[in-house]
Unconditional design. Structure first.
Lengths: 360, 334
């Protein structure tokens, strides 16, 4: 497969791994955070931790959209699912995420209409096919998914659809990284910046990171991408933002995608699971598109959200703790009976640790 | 109140727990407890294998097969991997009112052709029609009987150094079914691998003395789940070589697009053999001569280390655990 086989080439991987070993100073440790959930899965799936020298510590960051979605959002989705005339359309990962008292798959077993879709445009189709139902799409994710959801809202407005709306839980990455660099317990030397978020926003929004002394490389998701990006982090003499993922990323990003986000959404304070509220780190639907804002239209009522106090998802998302440090991990919290979102999402750090058991 | 969710039927950990806690608890007996693909029974002086399976695949027609032929292949294969020669099948239908008669005819014709090809006869059956909405178009249950001709299959015979052989590229059935499913449709050349394997298996068993120690067909949960079922509670592990696992381009591409790991995708016409190392190459040659086994390969071996676990040496040079399927949702694949 073109653009895949080349980046899984064993000879090149061995070569880059050799250069990493030669470059890493054995007298010190390196803490690098892979921000994106897809990076985390790739690192585990290809067993990359075992290839790296022991003094390079990879910390999983807050880039799994499901993991950072707070219980409050899921509780609202469940309240909307319980409405008689609604169909909830969602990405598959959200199905089994536990809210305060239930989850969407449990609601489905009780008779709620919850449909898995692969894109917001499929949700739009669902609305057209079911004119007597309210189709509510659960909009989660970062700058990668936000443009497609924006486009679905623009299309719905153009086509004068009355039964399509979005429960908006979108978040933006740079503000969250800003909050992380202010976390005193976390000592990060460099960031493997997310590939596909950066494809949309470019590299300018990360400039503050270099000012705070952090080395940055925008990395692709294949094994060779990740290893090359780690090598580039090691080779940086002064902190700067470099692009390893040059086949996708440009410094200026994707203007069309950014424009769609700006047209439909505006920045808003947003609550991140375990981290709490981060100023201007989320997106809300602009008033002129209010007819497609499920929250504004249906005003879902929920009780105060509850979290399992023993769950350390928040610390895991911040990279302060690793999943095995959680008392619930692999005991009370498993992929079949997840307590926290990091265990449900296929991109969650807990799911990755559980599935592949870290270094073996 | 606990409810049954789709994950309980995925073939993974949740389903195993449900079977143990609800079904085994009530029906418990020596034969059931062995949890084989078929029950091995002695009637008079004859040892027979007896199995049953229900088919609820959606869509009912998919590239490379349909629910009718699948219902024959699946049951034939469950008998075959127990060392039995499939002979007689039952055919039970649950039909939703409103189904076009021509669709039923097409499905039954396909099942009859599959049975003839596999050399089995359908000797009893049942037909029920339920109200619209009580089932989705058509569900089929088949049971099967066959005489045991090879009784050397036991995980207790497996030892370090034995080879793990798969009879062809994995995951083609799952991808073919998904490509035709409403809401996911995508264009692919992948056809389901659905096929009866009784002849291929008999050729291997007859030519290899007692070298074949165990067989399973990797259906729901795929190769990963099947191998975990084999290692579970045994004193050996399995080390897989990612580069050696046959995956067709179409399946590989679909996996990249949809975020699946081919090791967890269902096959309906593949078998995993565990065989003594010295005979493995010979067995591989025999499989590759069969039209269903052209791309067979040795994908790993039994190890003393990491008892009870399946590990993968990745193409990138790393190493990781391959766990049983847990919670992923690919409902109604067979």
């Amino acid at each position: 497969m073109k653009y895949i086989d080349e980046f899984r080439n064993r000879r090149l991987i061995d070569k880059v791994a050799g250069r990493i070993r030669a470059k890493a100073d054995p007298r010190r440790g390196y803490n690098f955070m892979e921000v994106c959930g897809t990076h985390t899965m790739s690192i585990f799936r290809f067993g990359l931790r075992g290839i790296l020298p022991g003094n390079i510590n990879l910390i999983s960051g807050p880039g799994c959209p499901v993991c950072v979605t707070p219980n409050e959002f899921i509780d609202k989705a469940i309240a909307l699912a319980r409405r008689k005339d609604s169909i909830i359309a969602t990405f598959g990962d959200m199905f089994r995420v536990p809210g305060s008292h239930s989850s969407l798959d449990k609601e489905k077993a009780r008779g709620a209409a919850v449909k898995m879709v692969y894109s917001s445009m499929d949700a739009l189709e669902l609305a057209k096919k079911n004119p007597d139902k309210e189709v509510i799409f659960l909009g989660i994710g970062f700058e990668t998914t936000a443009p497609t959801v924006a486009q679905s809202i623009i299309a719905a407005k153009k086509e004068k659809l009355k039964n399509y709306s979005v429960l908006c839980g979108h978040k933006t990455m740079p503000e969250a990284l800003k909050a992380l660099t202010e976390e005193p317990k976390l000592n990060i030397d460099g960031f493997l910046l997310p590939g596909h978020v950066s494809a949309v926003i470019g590299t300018a929004p990360y400039r503050f990171l270099t000012k705070r002394g952090k080395r940055c490389v925008v990395a692709g998701i294949e094994p060779l991408d990740i290893l090359q990006a780690i090598l580039m982090l090691l080779e940086q003499k002064t902190p700067k933002i470099e692009i390893q993922y040059t086949r996708i990323i440009t410094k200026s990003g994707n203007r069309l995608a950014k424009n769609s986000i700006d047209k439909v959404f505006e920045a808003d304070d947003s609550s991140w699971r375990g981290i709490g509220c981060i100023k201007k780190s989320g997106l809300k639907i602009r008033k002129e598109f209010g007819a497609f804002d499920a929250e504004a239209r249906f005003k879902p009522k929920i009780a105060a959200p509850k979290e399992n106090k023993a769950c350390i998802c928040g610390e895991v998302i911040k990279g302060v703790k690793t999943p095995p440090e959680c008392k619930l991990f692999a005991k009370l919290c498993t992929p079949e009976h997840p307590v926290g979102a990091c265990m449900v999402s296929s991109e969650g750090a807990c799911a990755a640790y559980y599935k592949y058991r870290g270094r073996i | 109140m606990d409810k049954i969710t789709l994950s309980h039927g995925s073939g993974g950990t949740l389903m195993h727990k449900l079977i143990d806690s609800v079904i085994m608890k009530e029906f418990d007996n020596n034969i059931l407890r062995q949890k084989k693909d078929s029950a091995i029974l002695t009637i008079g002086k004859t040892r027979i294998a007896f199995t049953t399976d229900s088919y609820v695949v959606n869509p009912i027609f998919f590239p490379g097969g349909d629910i009718g032929s699948l219902a024959v292949h699946g049951t034939v294969n469950d008998l075959s991997v127990c060392g039995a020669r499939p002979a007689h099948l039952s055919f039970g239908l649950i039909i939703e009112e409103g189904l076009d008669k021509s669709i039923l005819e097409k499905i039954v014709r396909s099942a009859a052709a599959a049975a003839e090809k596999a050399g089995v006869s359908i000797v009893t059956g049942d037909t029920k029609v339920v109200e619209r909405g009580s089932c989705d178009k058509i569900f089929i249950n088949t049971s099967g009987l066959g005489e045991i001709y090879y009784d050397k299959l036991s995980p207790d015979r497996i030892k370090a150094g034995d080879k793990v052989i798969v009879s062809g590229p994995i995951g083609e059935h799952a991808i073919s079914v998904l490509s035709g499913r409403e809401g996911i449709e995508f264009k692919t050349k992948v056809k389901s691998d659905s096929a009866a394997l009784n002849r291929l298996i008999e050729k291997v068993l007859k030519a290899s003395g007692t070298s074949v120690k165990f067989m399973r067909d990797p259906t729901r949960g795929g190769v990963a789940t099947t191998l975990n079922e084999i290692t579970a509670s045994h004193k050996f592990g399995i080390a897989l070589d990612e580069k050696a696992v046959p995956v067709s381009d179409g399946v590989g591409q679909a996996c990249e697009l949809l975020g699946f790991d081919p090791l967890y995708l269902a096959c309906e016409g593949r078998v995993i053999f565990i065989a003594a190392a010295k005979e493995a190459d010979k067995i591989l040659k025999i499989i590759r001569k069969d039209k269903n086994g052209k791309r067979a390969n040795i994908i790993g071996e039994i190890t003393k280390e990491e008892k009870g676990k399946v590990c993968l040496n990745t193409a990138a040079g790393g190493r990781r655990l391959v766990d049983m399927l847990s919670g992923e949702q690919l409902p109604r694949i067979c």
